[in-house]
Design a protein around this ligand. Structure first.
Ligand code: PYC
Length: 317
């Protein structure tokens, strides 16, 4: 415990729609008894080396999202969770919630049913079918600004919507890019430039919040889907899944524009071809998004942090 957490970290690796989540079951730091938002702040300021030990190379990779399971403050919740990645911390994570549900089922901690989960941005509920399918009711989502123009180096003006779906997104429909897996490098370069341009031009979400996810939309390849996306995550990895919080932001925009009727299913295909189903209800000036997808357990094990290992806390910038 000389690091403030154990040198043996028990985890389950899972994925939803191809996007991995490493779920920490035991061995994490003591973050106190505050709200998940308060505990995330303690995590960030005191135990960031735990984050990088778990998800950064050499034990993880840029693609991993981490999920630290915590004791909830609200006893009606099955657990609390703090999601993190290769560069920092998330508000909510849709694919990660599907993964948490399926991992809890795999571990025998839950059976088929409906459960509440505490996150730093509010309580979400999920319905678990006892196998692989999870339906989430996400935090209220909304479009913050429409048709925002940003001058992107090498590409000129790009217009997009700013929306909240549990994280902040910039959503772009008109971009001239082909959303194909073989173009991932180019798509990463383009969306990274958008992200940098937003920062440079001081374009933010509410209360100056950084917009750290960029989402491109295009026609689907799967005839059963409504749209295909490419989502750039904060640490420059792309989301292999359709992104639960990004899809929540998308349906908030569609419903606001009258392009999707409340309750009607939107099938969002990811850049690797996985699909999440989503629909929304109107609640005042917000949308309550519902997301359905499947998740699978891939591995279970123990990360070992030997004191003599110079990279026991991961490769950090
Ligand atoms: O599914 O919400 C999501 C998500 C956020 C970042 C990666 N996946």
């Amino acid at each position: 415990m000389e690091y403030g957490f154990s040198d043996r970290i028990h985890f389950v690796d899972t994925h939803a729609g191809g996007e991995p989540t490493r779920i920490v079951l035991e061995g994490g730091p003591d973050l106190g008894k505050g709200s998940m938002a308060e505990r995330r702040e303690i995590f960030r300021t005191k135990f960031d080396h735990f984050r990088s030990a778990v998800v950064n190379e050499p034990r993880g990779s840029d693609v991993f999202v981490g999920a630290l399971l915590c004791e909830p403050t609200d006893p009606t919740c099955v657990a609390g969770v703090i999601f993190f990645n290769n560069v920092g911390y998330l508000g909510m994570c849709g694919h990660g919630t599907m993964c948490v549900a399926v991992a809890l089922g795999y571990l025998g901690r839950i059976s088929a049913g409906t459960y509440k989960l505490e996150t730093p941005v509010g309580i979400v509920t999920f319905d678990y079918d006892g196998k692989h399918t999870v339906t989430i009711t996400n935090v209220p989502s909304y479009r913050y600004a429409k048709d925002v123009a940003v001058e992107v180096e090498g590409f000129g003006v790009v217009k997009g919507d700013i929306a909240w779906g549990g994280n902040w997104f910039f959503l772009v429909d008109e971009h001239g890019q082909e959303l194909e897996l073989r173009n991932v490098e180019q798509l990463t370069d383009f969306t990274w430039r958008i992200r940098q341009a937003l920062q440079r031009q001081g374009i933010t979400g509410a209360d100056g919040a950084e917009i750290d996810h960029i989402e491109l939309f295009g026609p689907p390849k799967n005839p059963n889907a409504n749209s295909r996306n490419f989502v750039l995550c904060p640490g420059k990895a792309y989301d292999r899944s359709p992104c639960g919080t990004g899809t929540s932001a998308k349906i908030a925009c569609l419903i606001s524009d009258g392009k999707l009727k409340p309750g009607k299913i939107w099938r969002q295909e990811s850049i690797v071809g996985s699909i999440f189903e989503a629909w929304g209800e109107v609640d005042g000036d917000k949308i309550i998004p519902h997301l359905r997808g499947t998740a699978y357990v891939m591995a279970e094990g123990t990360l070992i942090l030997q004191p003599e290992d110079p990279f026991r806390f991961g490769i950090r910038p």
